[in-house]
Design a protein around this ligand. Structure first.
Ligand SMILES: Cc1cc2nc3c(=O)[nH]c(=O)nc-3n(C[C@H](O)[C@H](O)[C@H](O)COP(=O)(O)O)c2cc1C
Length: 209
């Protein structure tokens, strides 16, 4: 069982979504010290912004790409390959200005590749090709918005991930991170409890087998 963790906070070690991801990682390791876990931090090491050069590179036939275009496609290929290789994917995604960090949106843009991570059937119906993954979205926000119209991030991510084929997605939010110390501690503790409930020791053992 391989786990891929994508961190996207800009706040480094002060990141609350990273704290949740670390908790999940420790939970997995406690059950199986040899568990394969790969961590990519696109907050600390941003991937290139998805711009016209990137789109141009992806749409240029492989044998016609210049060196810069080849590098861009290779990077996108590497992001897709590590995603495909994982059985469990953990996206740690903070809320900034009512939605995900720009770095994470850019990451998704790099992943969305026709014929690679999704395709259209002859009937024109989209089909996601990133299948069979157990996905966790670990988020943190300053206020409280879970289940309300103010949470504009969850519906988008649910739709986008499903478009790519990821339909087994669990959202866990640490809320109230900017509502005072008591609320923040409570919000973080509740989120960690949800992680513990979803990854109990018994399930860990069977998943790790
Ligand atoms: C630039 C910026 C924008 C933010 N926008 C929001 C927001 O729209 N709604 C909210 O509830 N919290 C907002 N916050 C608070 C963050 O969601 C909170 O600090 C959370 O812990 C961020 O996750 P992280 O610690 O993993 O980076 C914002 C924080 C920053 C730095």
């Amino acid at each position: 069982m391989k786990t891929l963790v994508i961190l996207s906070s800009i706040l480094g070690d002060r990141s609350n979504s990273k704290q949740l991801a670390d908790h999940l990682i420790n939970r997995v390791k406690a059950s199986n010290p040899a568990a394969a876990i790969k961590v990519r931090d696109i907050g600390a090491q941003p991937i290139p912004y998805f711009d016209g050069n990137t789109a141009g590179a992806l749409f240029t036939p492989a044998d016609a790409r210049n060196v810069d275009q080849q590098r861009l496609v290779e990077m996108s290929d590497a992001l897709v390959a590590e995603l495909m290789d994982a059985d469990r994917i953990v996206f740690a995604v903070p809320v900034y200005n009512f939605n995900m960090p720009a770095q994470f949106k850019s990451y998704l843009d790099h992943l969305a590749r026709a014929g690679v991570t999704f395709r259209y059937t002859p009937e024109g119906v989209p089909e996601g090709l990133v299948k069979g993954k157990q996905v966790f979205v670990l988020t943190a926000r300053g206020g409280k918005a879970e289940g309300t119209p103010s949470d504009t991030m969850t519906p988008y991510l649910r739709q986008m991930l499903a478009f790519l084929g990821m339909t087994d997605v669990t959202f866990i939010a640490a809320e109230g991170m900017a509502m005072g110390e008591v609320a923040a501690l409570e919000g973080m503790a509740q989120a960690k409890q949800r992680i513990d409930a979803l990854l109990p020791a018994a399930q860990q053992d069977s998943l790790a087998a």
